[in-house]
Design a protein. Structure first.
Length: 274
């Protein structure tokens, strides 16, 4: 998706049609469209030919994009869990693992990267009604594997605003919720984690459209991606005007929410009440 998005911007900047781009690599206009949406694999030769057509002659830039094409064709570790994942989610896991900054607003439940194992089991069981215990365990195992990224040497910055609703909505029994609140207090102390709570007392706020995630990448020429999860699919937005609106909404949420220290105090208060 990232490579396809970048190739699309290069093509549009040169005023080249999809039909002309397809002709240059002996392919159809529809294949260029699928490439730009990240829905097909990339041949190195095709990427090199397109870069030449788009006037990209800088060797460092060409090497970077060709390397990205090779990486895009390698199945990630998460593909072994594809049997228990919705079809759109492996793409998100790949993007999440490539990001150096993850910004989130969450309202329904605690974000997957911050869930305890017990809480994750409760969430997955609720979402996969009728699934076997083995399938539930595999989905939870994937979630715990994703969490390792937050404490790795290449850990991203993780900035999250949790709506108080996500903290008060019970998943599992009282001990599960207490364990989850305690975990949030502890993980919020990590230097790469900025956790804020949007309290009920604030009233209406800029997160009225629901949960969303903004993923930013270390390569400066790759655009940010907004991830919106729906009931039967997901949207990935990378147009600058779309991303800007979500960035503005999140910035307002961060400004209106108590800071990390005050948010920990709020979590401690909820822990005492639970």
């Amino acid at each position: 998706m990232l490579l396809g998005s970048h190739l699309r911007r290069l093509r549009e900047a040169r005023g080249i049609t999809r039909e002309a781009a397809g002709y240059s690599i002996r392919a159809s206009e529809s294949k260029i469209s699928r490439m730009e949406l990240g829905r097909v694999s990339f041949k190195t030769r095709d990427v090199e030919d397109l870069l030449t057509l788009y006037g990209i002659n800088d060797e460092a830039e060409r090497t970077s994009l060709v390397s990205l094409a090779k990486e895009a064709n390698v199945a990630g570790w998460w593909h072994s869990y594809s049997d228990v994942l919705p079809s759109w989610f492996p793409t998100y896991v790949g993007l999440e693992g490539a990001a150096h900054l993850i910004r989130v607003y969450e309202v329904q439940f605690v974000h997957g990267l911050l869930q305890t194992e017990a809480y994750a089991h409760a969430v997955v069981r609720r979402g996969m009604k009728g699934a076997s215990a083995a399938d539930v365990d595999r989905r939870v195992a994937l979630r715990l594997e994703r969490q390792k990224y937050l404490v790795s040497e290449s850990a991203p910055e993780f900035h999250i605003v949790l709506d108080e609703a996500a903290l008060r909505r019970p998943y599992g029994d009282r001990e599960v919720m207490r364990g989850q609140l305690q975990h949030l207090i502890e993980v919020s102390e990590q230097p790469n984690v900025r956790l804020q709570v949007m309290p009920f007392s604030f009233g209406g706020h800029s997160g009225e459209s629901g949960s969303f995630t903004i993923l930013s990448f270390p390569e400066s020429d790759l655009s940010d991606v907004v991830y919106l999860e729906q009931l039967t699919s997901a949207l990935y937005l990378d147009k600058r005007e779309d991303v800007t609106q979500y960035e503005s909404a999140l910035k307002q949420l961060q400004q209106d929410s108590p800071g990390p220290s005050e948010s920990r105090d709020l979590l401690r208060g909820l822990l005492q009440l639970s």
